[in-house]
Design a binder for this molecule. Structure first.
Ligand SMILES: [Ca+2]
Length: 495
């Protein structure tokens, strides 16, 4: 059991976190002899057929609206069955609420302060040319590494041009699949009168395989068969439910329009601090009817993705790969569907910071249970490395979740961190066991405190309550603990 999983209070938590960092430094010193996160040299290891395979499924813009996370309105039978088999992490948090920044963070095992990647416009190799990414680490260990669809958000092609989804050093292959002409036809409309082109839905003609995610699932099934003897690291990046909200017609029909509920009253209210959500909410251009229509389209895409996941899971069944394959299923960050009068991501509210994370690890003792402890997405890299019996490279900033995979009742981390940038203003937020605390511009542009015992929707900002000054002070200390001295500005320092 790791020291960080047994802490009892916030004060102990900060202390334990610092102790962890010190322990990490000692471990780092030893592991440097093995490999470094910033070494471009390949290990040159021969494939080891006794090692676990890895299947990493990353779903774009998938929050925790899933039946297995307690939403009875959503049809997600295949995510649910994976959750029943593995460990469902109920409080897993991304480190930045945008595709590129989040993916760069968890695929390098580094916090956004260390990656320096804080937007969708920066190819991560511009900031971290020599970092050994998660799949690259496995590639160096002799695995066949291959990606389908969107795993890295943006990379550079062989001519050095920025390009979506491509990343040369991590994969043997990285392929994308456009929709067919049939898959782009159907019934649909823009819900903002054309003001925001992406707020468009399409109930498409054709089959699953006329859509990118259907083609990705079919190819994943083929690759699992071809590489069944392993070891492989297969990454499957489903695009839905990200916009545009396209899915085959059958998935729209799962959701009768009159049964769609959207936030009302306080849940849908604009936050008092305008920095809390980005400007120009698309909901300003929509009425209730349009909001319901949009949510229906999001859920149709979600259930379409779920069905594609089901085909991949069926293939693991058929090929009897469960005992030789670790599986991670995750969203890249959460998503608002009208909460706080916002539709999209890019906030540090719980709706956006929290995302689904399910881990199946053969042989671990906690499979089939759920975990309440706080974990961060940067913990995924060291976890997969450890459960596959490899030695983590020095410099990773997360902590292996392996102890929780054996005992899901462990308490997890004392805190989970997320940040976002609005122009020149930085927002930093910390989630502890009970509270969320956020500072804008170090508190100069506002602060927010939410009590998750009484206000899980984060609608009552308690930061100004004098009775809670001690709680605020504790969380200020937690925020400072995220950044030990000597680390900032896009350059990671091993500790
Ligand atoms: Ca995303």
């Amino acid at each position: 059991m790791g020291i960080g999983f047994r802490v009892q209070s916030l004060a102990e938590g900060v202390s334990a976190m610092r102790a962890n960092y010190r322990m990490g430094s000692m471990a780092t010193t030893c592991a440097v002899l093995a490999s470094s996160l910033f070494s471009s040299a390949t290990a040159g290891a021969a494939p080891d057929r006794g090692r676990l395979n890895v299947l990493l499924v990353v779903v774009d813009d998938l929050g925790c609206r899933l039946a297995c996370y307690g939403d009875p309105d959503v049809r997600s039978p295949n995510v649910d069955r994976l959750a029943s088999r593995g460990v469902r992490f109920d409080r897993a948090y991304c480190q930045y609420p945008v595709c590129n920044a989040s993916r760069t963070s968890f695929l390098t095992g580094l916090r956004p302060d260390s990656t320096g990647v804080l937007s969708n416009e920066t190819p991560f190799r511009d900031k971290l040319p020599d970092v050994v990414t998660l799949p690259q680490f496995f590639r160096q260990a002799g695995y066949h590494t291959e990606a389908l669809g969107k795993i890295f958000h943006i990379g550079r092609d062989t001519q050095g041009k920025p390009t979506l989804f491509l990343e040369q050093k991590s994969w043997v292959e990285n392929r994308n699949f456009p929709a067919t002409a049939t898959g782009l036809k159907g019934e649909g409309r823009n819900l903002t009168g054309g003001k925001i082109p992406a707020i468009h839905w399409l109930s498409a003609e054709g089959s699953d395989e006329d859509q990118p995610d259907g083609r990705i699932a079919a190819e994943a099934m083929r690759l699992l068969e071809a590489h069944r003897d392993g070891p492989f690291f297969l990454a499957v990046g489903f695009h839905k439910p990200h916009d545009p909200f396209n899915a085959p017609k059958a998935y729209f029909e799962l959701y009768p329009p009159d049964q769609i509920r959207v936030p009302q009253g306080i849940e849908g209210r604009l936050p008092e601090n305008r920095l809390s959500i980005p400007p120009n909410s698309p909901l300003a251009a929509m009425g209730d009817a349009e909001q319901r229509e949009l949510k229906r389209a999001y859920l149709a895409g979600l259930s379409f993705m779920d069905a594609q996941l089901g085909k991949v899971l069926d293939t693991l069944d058929r090929l009897k790969l469960w005992e030789t394959t670790a599986v991670v299923f995750m969203g890249d960050h959460g998503y608002h569907l009208g909460e706080h009068h916002w539709w999209n991501k890019v906030t540090v509210f719980e709706h956006c910071a929290r995302a689904p994370l399910i881990v199946w690890a053969p042989g671990r003792q906690g499979m089939g249970k759920s975990a309440r402890g706080l974990v961060e997405f940067i913990d995924i890299y060291p976890t997969l490395v450890e459960v596959c019996g490899l030695t983590p490279p020095a410099g990773l900033e997360g902590k292996s979740m392996r102890p929780i995979l054996d005992d899901p009742s462990l308490r997890g981390k004392p805190a989970a961190y997320i940040k976002v940038v609005r122009g020149k203003v930085e927002g930093r937020s910390v989630r502890s066991d009970r509270w969320r605390y956020t500072e804008w511009d170090g508190g100069q542009a506002g602060s927010e405190l939410y009590d998750h015992d009484s206000d899980p929707g984060e609608n009552q900002n308690l930061a100004g309550d004098p009775k809670l000054a001690g709680i605020v002070a504790e969380h200020k200390a937690l925020l400072r603990a995220e950044r030990p001295s000597g680390q900032a500005g896009g350059k990671a320092v091993a500790r």
